[in-house]
Design a protein around this ligand. Structure first.
Ligand code: MN
Length: 235
């Protein structure tokens, strides 16, 4: 893996100073490498209040999930990017090389991205898929209800912590799940594709309100799915 750590950066910078007289080609190459900004994850603003998804997702769960769990993933991945000099400049390269990352970078990078995606997958007020989303789900899974059954089955059967996903894999809609904070962008994920919808089934996402009843959490979650976001992601 190509990395730039602080020592390399300083060395390159010194070399850049030293080669000024040697021709612009060498200097340009060194300067470009040193100037490439390292990837940094940031937390999206929550597009609704902590209590906006009541009663389906309770206020305390949302507050802890967003302000503690997600904040920690963001901090930890950025710390690891700095500590290890991880040089990928965008999340596509970062996740498509997940198999080469440290566990800390992979897990927290996944957590950073997945939660931003999750917040955007929900909104207050129940709605149903319509238009091209309803058509695409019907074509892929037989009906919207059959899609929901299969998605819920994927979310229910994920053993331990993880995520359920609807993805667009090169034009084909697929349902699957990933363990821990893995996602369908990661090279080591059996489920590949551009995510359209995601559901967090870690216990921290539902335990305060639902305890061991993950199936009830999943059933109620349909009442806060943001189908407009799914339509936008479908393109
Ligand atoms: Mn979570």
């Amino acid at each position: 893996m190509k990395t730039i750590n602080r020592r390399t950066f300083v060395k390159d910078t010194l070399q850049a100073t030293a080669v000024v007289a040697l021709g612009s080609g060498v200097l340009d190459a060194v300067t470009a490498k040193a100037a490439t900004p390292a990837l940094s994850f940031s937390q999206d603003a929550l597009p609704y209040a902590y209590n906006a998804l009541e009663p389906y997702i309770d206020t305390m769960t949302m507050e802890i999930h967003y302000s503690k769990h997600h904040v920690a993933y963001i901090k930890n991945v950025n710390d690891e990017i700095s500590a290890k000099g991880i040089a990928y400049s965008n999340i596509t390269d970062f996740f498509s090389n997940a198999s080469k990352l440290s566990d800390k970078a992979r897990n927290n990078g996944g957590g950073a991205f997945n939660h931003n995606f999750f917040w955007g997958s929900m909104k207050p007020g129940a709605s149903v898929p319509s238009g091209k989303v309803a058509e695409a789900l019907t074509q892929a899974f037989g009906s919207v209800d059959k899609f929901k059954e299969q998605f819920a089955a994927a979310a229910t059967s994920r053993f331990g912590s993880g995520w359920a996903w609807l993805v667009n894999d090169k034009g084909t809609l697929k349902i699957g799940s990933t363990p821990n904070q893995d996602n369908p962008f990661m090279d080591l994920s059996p489920l590949q594709g551009n995510p359209l919808l995601a559901l967090d089934v870690w216990e921290h996402a539902y335990y305060l309100k639902y305890q061991n009843k993950r199936a009830d959490y999943i059933t109620n979650w349909w009442s806060v799915v943001n189908w407009d976001a799914v339509a936008n992601r479908l393109g």
